[in-house]
Ligand binder design. Structure first.
Ligand code: CMP
Length: 141
């Protein structure tokens, strides 16, 4: 399987609960290399741009309000098959439906406040990584 990169966001609910470190530890223990990392407080414009594909969804306003509530941690993760592997480690979007020991089961509260985001395809991973990190900020070591 090819080495891939994917985008991780530790969302405001998890950062507020001081779980960013625990989540990053799980990520590293699971064999991902963290090749870019930043804490940032998303503006409304940045959050709307990131979630543009969901603009027509009924929960879009709620999603943007939540994602701009307090800081997030954005990271680029690298591993063989990283896109699928990070989604597996996160678990289902709804923490109530997530498998035991997944990040969303352990740290998420509900379908909106679900602790983490992960890219859902390699194409979206490339777009999402570029949205937050200029190429020079992503380590290639
Ligand atoms: P994420 O992976 O960040 O991508 C889109 C997000 O929309 C998703 O995680 C959920 O947190 C959020 N979402 C999906 N469905 C709902 C919903 N019914 N209400 C609020 N937020 C939702």
């Amino acid at each position: 399987m090819a080495v891939e990169r994917t985008l991780c966001i530790v969302k405001p609910d998890a950062v507020e609960k001081h779980k960013a470190g625990a989540i990053l530890a799980r990520i590293e223990e699971s064999g991902f290399r963290v090749c870019a990392l930043r804490m940032t407080h998303l503006s409304r414009g940045v959050a709307e741009g990131f979630y543009e594909i969901h603009r027509q969804r009924p929960f879009f306003g709620e999603l943007v309000q939540f994602m701009t509530r307090s800081p997030v941690v954005v990271a680029v993760l690298e591993k063989e098959g990283a896109v699928g592997a990070w989604r597996d480690l996160m678990g289902a979007t709804d923490p109530a439906k997530a498998a035991p020991d997944t990040i969303r089961k352990l740290f998420g509260s509900n379908v909106g406040e679900n602790a983490t985001h992960g890219s859902d395809s390699l194409d979206n991973a490339r777009r999402e990584i570029g949205y937050f990190f200029p190429g020079a900020e992503v380590s290639s070591l």
